[in-house]
Ligand binder design. Structure first.
Ligand code: GTR
Length: 326
């Protein structure tokens, strides 16, 4: 939190054209790996605007996009310590910290985007968000991230055989390491910001992500074979540091929660539009998109991953409840 000195605030408030974030009393710092304009940035900015209105200009949010505050794993720690107020991250980097986040991160757990929305917008989503409180964080809302598919610099992947021995970057999560190894690849966990140069220099052969990330990271420039196997649908999550949360009054906490929930619509709309724009862009740039792929063997190969991660009665029942959600 940054408390702007009163005299500066008064001065700035006097300018009709002063931006909202300059005029507010307390600026909450939000970490973000993607560049400005990315749907998650749109979502968090919408949240900040609503919060500012609800608190009559007391609180605003500044998004430090493009990994200005560091890679996701590090920003999570800093948010736990209270150095960062808000963090928009994929659920993936939480997998090794908060066990329950492994479940919505399992391959092929969601049948469709609609199914994922039904699960996350209902009691299951709330239960998962509530778990963050045991880890110095407050889970505020889930955002969309479409589905992730494999891409590489070497050759078109049409079957699991083609993946054999290929070095594929995954997020820093054991679930994803096991997932890639289960389909015959050689999983290499690393931060997002290192992927471009690692593909370029041949340290890895490829990675996996959704259309907008494949586009805005520039990975399509160095890995032009994109196989639409859609093995993951990992939601994004917006969290607040518990340290920041505890400094707020009950009314202010309510305003934060309501603003975060309300920003989901803006993020989803931005996401749907961006997915199409990014897909068109990478196709036009010469990416080869492999769509004639049989997902059956990939789904089958994930069984040991489920067996390894879905062990306790609690997690088993969670998987069953997700699958039973219509
Ligand atoms: C993106 C996600 C980011 C980051 C990235 C990654 O789809 O939006 O938060 O997790 O994937 O692969 O590291």
């Amino acid at each position: 939190m940054i408390h702007t000195k009163t005299f500066i605030a008064t001065l700035v408030a006097g300018f009709a054209l002063a931006s909202a974030s300059q005029a507010c009393e307390v600026t909450l710092r939000s970490a973000e790996t993607h560049p400005d304009g990315y749907p998650t940035v749109v979502g968090v900015k919408a949240m900040g605007k609503m919060l500012e209105q609800k608190t009559n200009g007391k609180y605003c949010v500044e998004v430090f996009h493009s990994a200005q505050l560091g890679e996701e794993k590090d920003t999570i720690e800093q948010t736990q310590f209270g150095v960062i107020d808000l963090d928009r991250v994929s659920l993936g980097p939480f997998n090794n910290i908060i066990e329950v986040t492994q479940i919505p991160s399992l391959p092929y757990i969601f049948r469709s985007v609609d199914h994922m929305h039904k699960v996350l917008d209902g009691p299951i989503g709330q239960e998962i968000l509530a778990e963050f409180a045991n880890h110095d964080l407050i889970g505020l809302a889930f955002y969309d991230a479409g589905s992730r598919s494999f891409y590489n610099s070497q050759k078109p992947i049409k079957s699991m055989d083609d993946l054999k021995g290929m070095k594929i970057r995954v997020m820093q999560s054991d679930v994803f390491v096991d997932m890639v190894n289960a389909v015959g690849g050689n999983a290499t966990p690393m931060p997002y910001g290192e992927v471009y140069s690692s593909i370029q220099t041949g340290v890895i052969d490829g990675a996996e992500n959704n259309w907008p990330s494949y586009d805005t990271s520039g990975h399509f420039e160095v890995a032009k074979y994109y196989t639409l196997d859609q093995h993951l649908m990992v939601p994004e999550v917006l969290v607040m540091s518990k340290k920041t949360w505890e400094k707020l009054s009950a009314d202010e906490q309510k305003a934060v929660m309501e603003s975060a929930k309300a920003s989901v619509a803006a993020q989803r709309a931005s996401w749907a539009a961006k997915e199409k724009v990014s897909e068109d862009k990478v196709r036009a740039a010469g990416s080869q998109i492999i769509t004639d792929i049989d997902k059956g063997p990939f789904i089958e190969a994930m069984k040991p991953v489920y067996a390894k991660y879905v062990k306790s009665p609690k997690l088993k029942s969670l998987v069953e409840r997700i699958q039973a959600t219509k």
